[in-house]
Design a protein around this ligand. Structure first.
Ligand code: DO4
Ligand code: MG
Length: 287
């Protein structure tokens, strides 16, 4: 079962909450009085609630005819880093200066967690993701994202793109916020898969394809099972000495890194697929 936020057309100004079970049509849960994703995610027994909602009469719309919005309302987006061996190696290669920090954090009990985006700045599928005009080496980071409620419980999974400027990050670790958090640097969506256990999610694959003029100029794949840390431990660290009254989204790190001679260009399209969730696709623009 997958939840989404959508609009029915350009003239429609309010977001509706939808449920899809077939990836072709969406049930408009607004017709059953569901006004917010957050309220749904806060309740206990989400799967049972959704199953009960599905028995009610509701409009069913073709997915191809709606505009999918990012599945975030008031949730901040945070990100974990260096959770895959591949990411540790890439960071250590990009910066002699910071190599030992990456090496240490991979093995440390405390994960690297950083702030990624305010909810209102999150880009939906189809929207532009940005590469900084002052950066020379830009990559997407395809990541599984944990959707947590206000109690820190992982209640769903979605897709995140942690757009990153590797030259800025590699120059000095203290530049990480500039390399990671800038205009259009975070895309999330389009669906939140609910009801999957961590064990199930660990069997999913994450694939990324970068298209230039319609041709793939990079593609790569990893398995969610390669993430070193458990989802609960990542969520637990995020919520330590912190409060998220509306819940939060936590990207879990990248395990697919393009070769060092690759950088994104304006006009590229980044297509990220996670087998249990769907496809997040965004064109690239200079910001
Ligand atoms: O510290 C660098 C960022 C790491 C990251 O974003 C990742 O591993 O995905
Ligand atoms: Mg990342």
């Amino acid at each position: 079962m997958k939840l989404c936020r959508f609009k029915t057309g350009p003239a429609c100004h309010h977001a509706r909450i939808g449920l899809t079970t077939d990836d072709a049509t969406v049930l408009d849960l607004s017709a059953a009085g569901v006004k917010s994703l957050t309220a749904l995610l806060e309740g206990d027994n989400l799967v049972a609630v959704l199953q009960a909602l599905m028995t009610l009469p509701m409009p069913r719309l073709p997915l191809a005819e709606v505009t999918l919005l990012a599945p975030v309302e008031q949730q901040e987006v945070w990100a974990a880093g260096v959770t895959y061996l591949r990411s540790k190696k890439a960071r250590m290669d990009e910066s002699e200066f910071s190599a030992s920090a990456y090496d240490r954090v991979y093995d440390a009990e405390r994960p690297e967690i950083f702030f990624k985006s305010l909810p209102e700045k999150v880009v939906a599928t189809g929207g532009d993701v940005g590469i900084r005009k002052d950066a020379k080496w830009n990559v997407p980071e395809p990541e599984l994202a944990l959707v947590c409620n206000s109690r820190g419980k992982v209640v769903g999974h979605t897709i995140g793109n942690d757009m990153s400027s590797r030259d800025i990050e590699g120059e000095n670790l203290l530049y990480l916020p500039q390399a990671k958090t800038y205009l259009k640097s975070c895309a999330v969506g389009p669906f939140i898969t609910v009801g999957a256990s961590e064990a199930e999610a660990r069997g999913w694959t994450i694939g990324v394809e970068i298209l230039r003029g319609g041709q793939a100029v990079f593609s790569g794949e990893t398995s969610v099972g390669q993430i070193k840390r458990t989802f609960d431990s990542l969520a637990e660290f995020l919520f330590r000495s912190q409060s998220f009254p509306h819940g939060a989204v936590l990207l879990t790190g990248t395990g697919v890194v393009p070769p060092d001679n690759f950088t994104l260009a304006a006009g590229d399209r980044v297509r990220i697929r996670i087998s249990g969730i769907g496809t997040l696709e965004n064109p690239v623009a200079v910001v």
